[in-house]
Design a protein around this ligand. Structure first.
Ligand SMILES: C[S@@+](CC[C@H](N)C(=O)[O-])C[C@H]1O[C@@H](n2cnc3c(N)ncnc32)[C@H](O)[C@@H]1O
Length: 407
């Protein structure tokens, strides 16, 4: 590309489009040393290494001067430190400083879990296709394939990674119970509250017939291989399969989905299969936001706003932006600050002040847009072998079954 789009510069450097526009105007007037690319009567910032350095300098200079009256000083709400442990608070702060992002997973904690539960149940009941009802549809359509794949095994353990409220897996568990094949049901989730909701649902649906185990694990960092190890060693291990579920687009919300896939890969062994569902890229899905907010709303939807609220960033301090980022192939939801803020985080060893300027943005949600081919490539590069893939008739949702590659 010969030049940068104003919106791409704004996105990459966390400044407003207006700021980029002002830089271009200053460059035109000879007040700023930026090379411009002219197209008709429009001017853009040329794609050169020198321009990138100049932009970085402009962004750094912009941060230096912050008159006190123009800055809102904030502290997280006291409950923030009860909900998250020190390591999680540290992770939130580093992501805020380094990537201008609240990692999606922290919004499922505390009452964020109830918000997700309500939202997911609403999606399941809808007639129009969405990620929840399409995941259930795809699992139903793939039941025959899974039955065939698992025929040679006497027992099947389910490891449900990012279990949510467990609704999508209800029918699969019922089927395995009916066949007398269900072994352990292992729910893995970063959020203790989400695990509690899943446990309550499983108890309500199946009484004591499902052996529910739950583990608080951040799948970006910690695997579950150790939970299965004892089964591999047992005499009848060849007769037991592990079915790892990664349902509901959880990976597509992560900054580095490949890191989590690698952790899952390293947790799996022979006789293990992964079932992965996600929403596919299309012109339609790029524009689609299913968050149950009205257009023009100036507040974040409850499923995305929990951490921002716990940080005490009041809606009057930001505006909400949603869109599709062509460069990163992702839909995004972010807030753009209308006023500069300082947030003071407390740690056992001291304080960590974080300064964010007016015009800067904080990403609260991303949905990676992948084609069916991209999903296959993603699995292949993380050393999975795709055994089966199916799509909903509208071509918007995909289910893949994969196993770990063997040498
Ligand atoms: C989009 S929901 C999907 C829930 C469920 N699988 C479904 O299809 O309805 C994502 C779930 O994964 C969990 N989660 C997100 N990131 C995680 C991570 N890094 N480690 C473990 N669990 C995570 C969330 O707490 C939430 O329960």
């Amino acid at each position: 590309m010969l030049y940068f789009k104003n919106s791409d510069i704004a996105y990459t450097y966390h400044v407003s489009v207006r700021t980029v526009h002002n830089w271009i105007e200053s460059a035109k007037e000879g007040k700023l040393d930026l090379d411009l690319y002219r197209q008709g009567d429009r001017s853009y910032v040329s794609n050169t290494a020198r321009n990138i350095e100049t932009i970085k300098q402009l962004v750094a200079n912009g941060k230096k001067f912050r008159p006190r009256h123009a800055v809102e000083s904030l502290e997280p709400k006291p409950e923030f430190y009860g909900i998250f442990n020190q390591a999680q608070v540290y992770d939130i702060v580093t992501n805020l400083v380094m990537h201008h992002e609240i990692p999606r997973q922290y919004n499922y904690f505390s009452n964020g879990a109830d918000h997700w539960d309500e939202y997911a149940q609403r999606l399941i009941e809808e007639d129009a296709p969405n990620l929840e009802n399409s995941t259930i549809e795809l699992l139903g359509m793939s039941q025959g394939y899974l039955d065939g794949l698992l025929r040679r095994f006497k027992k099947v353990n389910i490891i449900d990674v990012g279990v949510g409220n467990a609704w999508p897996v209800k029918e699969l568990l019922g089927n395995l119970l009916e066949q007398g094949k269900l072994g352990r049901y292992i729910a893995v989730d970063i959020s203790p509250e989400m695990l509690r909701i899943a446990r309550d649902n499983i108890k309500e649906w199946f009484g004591g017939r499902v052996d529910f185990e739950d583990y608080e694990i951040d799948i970006n960092r910690e695997g579950f291989g150790n939970l299965l190890a004892e089964d591999y060693i047992k005499k009848d291990s060849a007769e037991t399969a592990n079915l790892v579920l990664l349902l509901g687009g959880t990976l597509g919300n992560m900054r580095s989905p490949d890191s989590a896939l690698r952790v899952i890969h390293e947790s799996m062994s022979f006789n293990d299969f992964m079932v992965y569902t996600m929403k596919l890229d299309s012109e339609g899905t790029r524009r689609y936001f299913d968050f149950k907010v009205d257009p023009g709303d100036e507040v974040l939807p409850p499923i995305h706003g929990a951490v921002i609220d716990l940080l005490n960033i009041d809606p009057s301090l930001y505006q909400v932006e949603m869109g599709y980022d062509q460069l990163k192939h992702q839909r995004y939801e972010r807030i753009r600050l209308k006023k500069s803020i300082n947030i003071r985080f407390d740690f056992d060893d001291g304080e960590w002040p974080v300064a964010l300027d007016k015009g800067e943005s904080i990403l609260v949600w991303r949905g990676l847009q992948l084609s069916a081919q991209d999903v296959t490539d993603q699995l292949n590069r993380n050393d999975f072998y795709v055994l089966h893939a199916s799509q909903t008739p509208n071509r918007e949702y995909l289910l893949a079954v994969a196993e770990v590659n063997r040498d």
